[in-house]
Write a protein that binds this ligand. Sequence first.
Ligand code: DP6
Length: 324
Amino acid sequence: MNRSSTAQAFANIALIKYWGNRQQALRLPANGSISFNLDGLYARTRVQFSSELTQDQLILNGQAQVGAALERVSRFLDAVRTMAGMKERAVVQSENNFPMGAGIASSAAAFAALSLAGSRAAGLTLSEAQLSRLARLGSGSACRSVPGGFVEWQPGTGDADSYAFSIAEPDHWALVDCVAIVASEHKAVGSTQGHALADRSPLQAARVTDAPRRLARCRAAIRLRDFDALAQVVEQDSTLMHAVMMTSTPPLFYWQPTSLILMQLVPTWRAEGLPVCYTLDAGPNVHVFTLAEYADLVCERLQAVPGVRMVLRAGVGGPACWLE
Ligand code: DP6
C-alpha cells in the first residue's frame, strides 16, 4: 500500500454563498451554493502515514502548527482513518500560493487537496462525490474545490447526499475573478465561528428561504452566459449574506472602507458598459468578476483605487488532482 500521496486543489469563489449550517459537526449547509474554481490559486498537500508517529503533524507553508489548526486536521484524519480502518498517524505538509485568511478560502483548497491526498495515502479509492463529501467534513466550501469548473453544492438530506458536482466545464465561460486585496491580515472571526452565528440573525431565515430562487437564476445565467443576469444575482446574494453577518448576535462586520468604495464603484463601471460585478466572502477583499477580454482593464482600474494593496487574478480552474 502506498502510504503517502500528494494532491493539489484550487481555491473557489462562491457566486451563491454558503452561510450557516443545519448540522454543524457534519457541515450540512442551510442552503445550496454555487462557485467556480480559481485557476492557479492552489494548495498542494502531501500526506504520509507512518506507524512510527505518536501524533499527527501539520506543516503549513513550512511552519509546524499546533493548537486549533492541527486539531482540525487531526479530526479530519480521524474520519479518513475510520473509513480505512487504520490507526497510523500522519504528517501533513501543505502549501498555498495565495494570502491566507483574508477572504480567499484557503481552507477550501487545503481540505480539498487533503481529502484526495489523505484518502489515497490511506489506501482508499473514492469517487468524486465521496471525495467531495469527505472534503466537506474539513471545510464546507472545500467540497466545491473537488470537482472542476462551475460547481454546485447540493445541501442534501444528510451526509450521504451533501456534496458538490460540476454544472459546467472550466472552458464553458471565460469568467475572470480580479481579487482586490484590501487587507491581508488574518481575519478576526473565521467562517467556522461565523456559520454558528448565522441563525442568530433574524434575516437568515429569509435568506435561506429565498436561496432556491437565487440558485436557479445563477444556474440559468451560467448556462446562457448571461453576464447581466449573473451580476444581479451575485451582488444581491453577497449583500444578503453580509446583511445576515452584520445582524447576527454578536454582529460580524467584514467590510472595510475600501471594500465599500469598490462596491459602489463597480456598478458604475457596469453602467458604462463594462461587464463587471462584485462579491465578498468572510473578509474585506472584493472579488470582481469580468470576462477574460476585459480582465487587464479591470485589474488596472482596481489597482488604481486608493486602499487596494494588490490585485490577484484567476480564471476558471479545473478539478482537484493527485500530483504523483
Ligand atoms: C463566506 O467553508 O470557509 O466563503 O466550513 O467552517 O470551513 P467552514 O467554512 P467555509 O465557509 C465559507 C463561507 C464563505 C461563502 C462560501 O464560500 O460559500
